[in-house]
Design a protein around this ligand. Structure first.
Ligand code: AMP
Length: 281
């Protein structure tokens, strides 16, 4: 696996790869890798001749300084995992490399950034969009792989790719879960043993909602979810919404949309987790 830290070397290396007629798949990450990330890399390996992954903890997408400071890091373990998945190139830029000048880009997300995560993490998606667009411009991948775990992020990346005519195909990949159902996340390793046990509530609730969907009213479902969260001591619900999968508009009745997803965010101790489940599509 080739490891590169500069934009210049990475652009040059990938020019050589493309000259040989090879297709390039790309998996951007913030490191602290787990099986969820590796599933994206495996998918990229299946569909491309050459696979690039990046590790960059993007400071401008963190609206909470503590979250940035505490974000887990283990580069040696990450490199071993990337090698085990046969990654061809790891791009490891510094902050100066990614942001040589103050950032000024402005994006129009058509309101997709004003709900769910956007409501609670102001500026987060702007930071995501800036870094992903820059990474695409450096790597110029044919296909880029993103997890459905971060569904709103996936939708926003789709939108900027389309609006800026970025020549890359976005490939959504399923959420990989622990044996008990908890969605894998780099932040899970920050949970205490007790918190880890309680964290399964997010997925338990989503599964329950999937069973109830279409039967109980949306209001009844939301009241039930609230009640379940209030019963669990260390888990604090931030939001639970049932929304249209493409506009992210909250639904008041099931009949309002044929494509429906339930999204949840909750604090487990000091760790903020998100998850979602597709109800109808
Ligand atoms: P992150 O390192 O958290 O920025 O995630 C990098 C990529 O991995 C994003 O496209 C995430 O959606 C994806 N990802 C994170 N966790 C999972 C998971 N449990 N299953 C599938 N993809 C995931």
């Amino acid at each position: 696996m080739i490891k590169l830290k500069t934009v210049k070397e990475t652009i040059h290396q990938l020019e050589e790869v493309r000259k040989k007629g090879k297709s390039v798949g790309f998996v951007p990450t913030m490191g602290a890798l787990h099986e969820g990330h590796l599933s994206l890399i495996r998918e990229a390996k299946n569909e491309n001749d050459f696979v690039v992954s990046s590790i960059f903890i993007n400071p401008i997408q963190f609206n909470n300084k503590n979250d940035l400071v505490n974000y887990p890091k283990d580069l040696n373990k990450d490199i071993d995992l990337l090698l085990s998945a046969d990654t061809d190139l790891l791009f490891l830029p510094t902050e100066e490399e990614m942001y040589p000048e103050p950032v000024t880009e402005v994006f129009d997300f058509g309101g997709l950034d004003e709900v769910l995560e956007g409501k609670f993490r102001p500026g987060h998606f702007k930071g995501v969009a800036i870094v992903v667009k820059r990474l695409f411009e450096i790597i110029k991948p044919d296909k880029a792989y993103f997890g459905l775990k971060d569904y709103q992020q996936l939708l926003i990346i789709h939108r900027i790719t389309k609006n800026y005519h970025l020549p890359v195909e976005i490939i959504p990949c399923p959420t990989i879960r622990e044996d008990d159902g908890l969605a894998m996340s780099s932040r899970n390793q920050l949970l205490s043993k007790q918190e880890r046990k309680q964290a399964i509530l997010l997925y338990e609730v989503l599964k329950m909602v999937k069973i109830q969907s279409g039967f109980s009213s949306i209001n009844e479902v939301k009241t039930h979810v609230d009640r379940l969260f209030r019963k669990t001591k260390d888990v604090k619900l931030e939001y639970f919404e049932i929304v249209d999968m493409y506009t992210l508009e909250p639904l008041k009745a099931w009949a309002q949309s044929k494509n429906v997803i339930a999204c949840v965010a909750a604090w487990v101790g000091n760790v903020r987790l998100i998850d979602n489940i597709i109800l109808f599509s």
